[in-house]
Write a protein that binds this ligand. Structure first.
Ligand code: NAP
Length: 304
């Protein structure tokens, strides 16, 4: 089985968007790409872009991802993460295109030990989380056929993310301080993108809400320790620096973050046959990919 209409990759220049572009190429799926120049907050710009194209799938990687900044400009976050998603969802419904959208573990409060399942009730702690949750609701209300993937701690070789930030800290500082009381699971963008591209390639109709992340639950401190260890092995760092484990109370951020928002991935493995790998195996892949590309990529800004 294969798809007989084109794919539109929205937010193609972002961390996940760039990875998805590679994933679609890997599946030999031609696609139209857009980013800022086709503002998802502008329904007319979206309709103009879609005109005279046969679009069977829309994959939305565009989002407002500045979690802390969203506390000061909630309207901007809401415009993109809720309004923009609503515009895309209505257009997809009109075009009868299937829509793939991404949300976040930050829609959950993270105040319980068990992993979150797809039908657990969101209770976001931050303005960013509220905007992503609103986007989910508007997506559902638009009446189209969609896949919604909630993911957590996204990182990859493109753009700003925790791993790139830590690599810079390890290279430039004498000591690092990382919180050890926030737990979750990283999501390696390359494997997520490969899974998504496969879903499009088989023209899946198993619509719904899914949770996806790498296997294993760790703290940001555990993640940082592994990043330094593997970066040393890969020859990306020439010395180790001490990493101090600190509580969240010693690292205040503008936006509150869930302390334990672990996503259960049973459904995505069972229903969509997605490959889910241990976080450390994926981090090793990340460093192989880094080595192949030749050295650290300087990310443009602060991580989401
Ligand atoms: N990063 C994480 O840890 C994480 C965790 C869970 C879920 N997610 C979700 O995963 C998805 C992908 O995240 P990401 O980290 O890849 O995001 P990203 O790197 O910030 O990329 C988002 C892209 O969308 C563009 N964009 C922003 N506003 C737009 C608009 N109005 N119209 C068109 N394009 C616009 C951005 O342009 P500019 O760069 O110019 O703004 C950027 O190129 C998002 O839905 C995000 O909420 C991310």
């Amino acid at each position: 089985m294969g798809i007989n209409a084109g794919v539109w990759l929205v937010g193609a220049n972002g961390m996940l968007g760039q990875q998805l572009a590679a994933g679609l190429v890997g599946e030999n799926l031609p696609f139209f790409a857009s980013d800022r120049e086709v503002d998802i907050c502008d329904p007319r710009a979206l309709a103009d872009f879609a005109r005279n194209k046969r679009i069977g799938w829309i994959v939305n990687c565009a989002a407002y991802t500045a979690v802390d900044r969203a506390e000061d400009e909630p309207d901007a976050a809401m415009a993109v993460n809720a309004g923009g998603v609503e515009n895309l969802a209505s257009l997809a419904a009109r075009l009868r295109a299937k829509l793939i959208h991404f949300s976040s573990d930050y829609v959950f409060a993270g105040d319980r030990p068990e992993p979150y399942r797809e039908d657990d009730a969101p209770r976001p702690l931050s303005r960013y989380g509220v905007s992503k949750w609103q986007g989910e609701r508007r997506l559902a209300a638009a009446g189209g056929r969609y896949f919604l993937f909630r993911i957590s701690w996204l990182y990859g070789v493109h753009g700003a993310n925790f791993v790139h930030t830590m690599l810079r800290v390890f290279a430039e500082k004498e000591k690092a301080r990382v919180v050890d009381d926030q737990f979750g699971s990283p999501t390696y963008a390359a494997l997520l993108a490969a899974n998504i591209a496969r879903l499009v390639a088989v023209d899946s109709e198993r619509f719904g809400v899914y949770h996806y992340c790498d296997a294993g639950v760790i703290s940001w401190f555990d993640f940082a320790v592994a990043v330094q260890e593997l970066a040393l092995q890969a020859g990306l760092l020439d010395r180790a620096i001490p990493i101090e484990a600190i509580p969240t109370s010693q690292f205040p951020t503008r936006a509150a973050r869930p302390l334990r928002a672990v996503l259960a991935t049973d459904k995505v493995r069972r229903e969509l046959d997605f490959q889910v790998r241990p976080w450390r195996a994926n981090l090793e892949d990340f460093f192989r990919e880094k080595a192949r590309r030749g050295g650290p990529e300087e990310p443009p800004g602060a991580p989401a």
